[in-house]
Design a protein around this ligand. Structure first.
Ligand code: PHE
Length: 353
């Protein structure tokens, strides 16, 4: 028969065994050897049956004490393992608050986008609306409506990307070679408003810019196949070439923040303006001083174009211009090669952020 000493040896052995268990699963295994169905304690309890009533009492109480001692040892080990696990997790997730943070790089607007926003800002301040239109344009808006029929030699002034597609009227599509189609689109889109004004005996006014992307088969330091233009159109009862000059001068002085900047108009040709001009600007001082720099085509809107807008050229007169926005950005930011804008080199672009 086992003695009380045997029982305390057993408790010590169980405690030592539990201490060796490194995981909760190992501990539960070790427990089964004592408290499970075929465990030592259970076996001892069964052994009580053979004893008489007095022995049963004392022996039973001793076994119970041993059982409780083993349960306490088990609980203590369980808690120790859980604490160790928690400690391990805390260690693994520890933050080193002294480490410098990883900052998200701050983005910035592309220099052409900056120039674009600036152009809109300045023209809005002069009462211009801002309009937007399609880059895949049909032949009618891009050429024909602008006095440039299919057999007209002036079409070759603009090397065109044609798209293998036609609209319902059979006009082929192309990537717009300039923003000028927006003159016709904007005027016809506002035809109702104009008709209503005319019915009231007023001459309505069209005063709009249309900035956007344009495309030509062209690629060198000052030309890229995709570039940006801003179209300007101001039509009314008596909008003159002098208004063009004043408007454009105001725009350039505001855009370049230079009150001394001057303009020059050189005679030119466009099928949709008459007379036509190229506008050059000149800075009185600074790195670009002394040179005439071409920035825009312009002119009085041709009567036939006014007719194609659905308006009467006897009552509507005014000017249009089409300026290279990349060119404006190059001049404003002192960039000498247009291609830098579109290479996507972050070292170049960062300078403007
Ligand atoms: N569309 C012309 C071009 O791209 C510029 C222009 C616009 C000229 C409006 C006159 C009037 O070259």
């Amino acid at each position: 028969m086992t003695t009380t000493n045997d029982l305390s040896d057993m408790v010590r052995a169980a405690t030592a065994l539990f201490a060796q268990a490194e995981t909760p699963a190992a501990l539960e295994n070790a427990k089964a050897g004592y408290l499970g169905k075929t465990g030592r304690i259970t076996e001892l309890m069964k052994g009580l049956r053979a004893l008489d009533i007095e022995q049963k009492k004392t022996r039973g109480a001793a076994i119970n004490q041993a059982k409780q001692a083993i349960e306490r040892a088990l609980d203590a080990r369980r808690r120790a393992l859980a604490d160790a696990e928690l400690e391990r997790q805390l260690q693994a997730e520890a933050l080193d608050v002294t480490l410098p943070g990883r900052r998200r790089g701050s983005g910035g607007l592309h220099p052409v986008a900056r120039a674009w926003e600036r152009v809109e800002q300045v023209f809005r301040s002069m009462g211009f609306d801002v309009a937007d239109g399609p880059e895949v344009e049909n032949d009618w808006f891009n050429f024909t409506a602008l006095g440039n029929p299919p057999d007209h030699p002036a079409r070759s002034m603009q090397d065109t990307f044609y798209v293998d597609m036609q609209d319902e009227a059979g006009h082929p599509y192309c990537l717009r070679t300039h923003t000028s189609p927006m003159q016709i689109r904007y005027a016809t889109a506002h035809a109702k408003r104009h008709a209503a004004a005319l019915a009231r005996g007023e001459i309505p006014e069209i005063r709009v810019i249309a900035p956007g992307r344009t495309y030509r088969v062209d690629n060198d330091a000052t030309h890229s196949p995709m570039f940006h233009q801003v179209e300007g159109l101001w039509l009314g009862a008596d909008v003159s070439f002098a208004d063009l000059k004043a408007t454009y001068l105001n725009f350039c002085r505001a855009f370049f923040e230079n009150e001394e900047l001057i303009l020059r108009f050189r005679p030119s040709y466009f099928p949709f303006t008459e007379p036509s001009a190229e506008i050059d600007i000149r800075f009185p001082s600074g790195p670009l001083a002394g040179r005439w720099l071409e920035v825009s085509g312009a002119g009085q809107v041709h009567p036939q174009v006014v007719r194609n807008m659905g308006l009467d050229p006897e009552r509507f007169i005014g000017f249009a211009f089409g300026s290279g926005m990349d060119r404006l950005a190059m001049l404003r930011y002192g960039v000498s090669d247009l291609r830098l804008f579109f290479d996507g080199d972050i070292r170049f672009l960062k300078q403007f952020a």
